[in-house]
Design a binder for this molecule. Sequence first.
Ligand code: 5AD
Ligand code: SF4
Length: 449
Amino acid sequence: MPEALTKTFYIKTMGCQMNVYDSDYLAQRLMAMGMSPVDRPAKADFVLINTCTVRAKPEHKAATFIGRISQLKKHKPHLILGVIGCLAQHKGEELLKRFPAIDFAAGPREIEKIAELVQSGALGKRKILATSLDQPPPSLGIYNGYYKGKVTGFITIMQGCNNFCSYCIVPYVRGREVSRPPQDVIEEAKALIDQGIRDITLLGQNVNSYRWEEGGEIWTFPMLLKKVAGLPGLWRLRFTTSHPKDLSQELIDCFGELDNLCPHIHLPFQAGSDEVLKRMNRGYTRKQYMDLIQKLRLVRPEIAITSDVMVGFPGETRQDFEMTLDLIKLIEFDGLFSFKYSDRRGTLAARFEDKVPEQEKSERLQLLQTIQKDITIKKNKSLEGKEVEVLIEGPSARGKQLSGRTGTNKIVNFNCDSSMIGRLVNVYIKVAYASSLIGELREPLIESQ
Ligand code: 5AD
Ligand code: SF4
């Protein structure tokens, strides 16, 4: 690829935090090679679309976006267009055929190869499909200064999944579980903290499965968590996602032991009926899930619990669904991500008969979301009139105020000078809604930089 054509790049990121991390990694690699990021695809010589395929909806969203960007190439023939991420892994070949504007499709494990391809000048000369799942995760991705001005950051500590839940495409698109060396994670955390990051989330499809063996030494997830928590200058530490079947007492105890481990856990339960959980191949029962919640609340009473749930899994009866609603009412999650079951080609559940009709799935989802919304509002309202600790992250979604989060991961918006971004402050909560809290800055600052 001639040098003049590869100066600017734009990365569109869809999907989960893992994709955000991968996009940031790539951006840093490209910048280290002398390319510069731009804020709109129309200004770029190189556009990367990082996609998700976990359900039909994100897949459609990605296809729509690819279609739109393909149009750009009509006016700008030298534009290099790459589709990366999970949809590229799952359906890369189809995408290359359906969208002739695409130059390459590369899966999540091929992220390092993209940088190599750019460097070798191979892009744009022929169509490339890169979907090997053998590569280990890339190592240090720090381009000094990339995170300047940011307050929160992610670090992928492991990727892939060995669980094979019957509905899930992830093991097929992100491959088997591979952990990163603890030294790399620690170095990366230090580099983020040096650049001003105060709140780090450790990422993995199943962080509890983190494991590293070297020279007779074994690192487990709680060990890594404790090590990162001890780094000077790190005010807040989080992790996601945990699998209920692997949530050990040792990890639960960390919530009582580590001051900077935020009182929040995202623990997907997926369904409230044992029958459905079994067919999902989740490896735990409703009772075991409820017991875990009880243990977490015992160790850290203020802990916020969020979860993922699905309605309309094949064979889900009305009674099964009622069990899910019942569990939601019993646990009272702080927040819940809820989805209609969606067939993913190649998974076991896609071959199950007795599919729930689309209309029925929609009705169940709506009912579930109405019930959860009342619970979320009730929980948030309990904070009205109280002071909470907020780390200020940046402008609010509407841009008029500043926005930050509590340790329990609730968004708080309030009036404040932008010079305060990155500070940890006390905020008095005036009004609570389902998705955010409105507050008032209170002195004194808890901590300053
Ligand atoms: N259909 C619907 N929801 C799904 N999820 C994963 N696979 C599917 C599927 N085939 C949901 C799960 C998971 C979240 C990331 O997406 O709830 O926890
Ligand atoms: Fe993330 Fe899974 Fe979507 Fe891939 S398929 S982007 S791992 S949510």
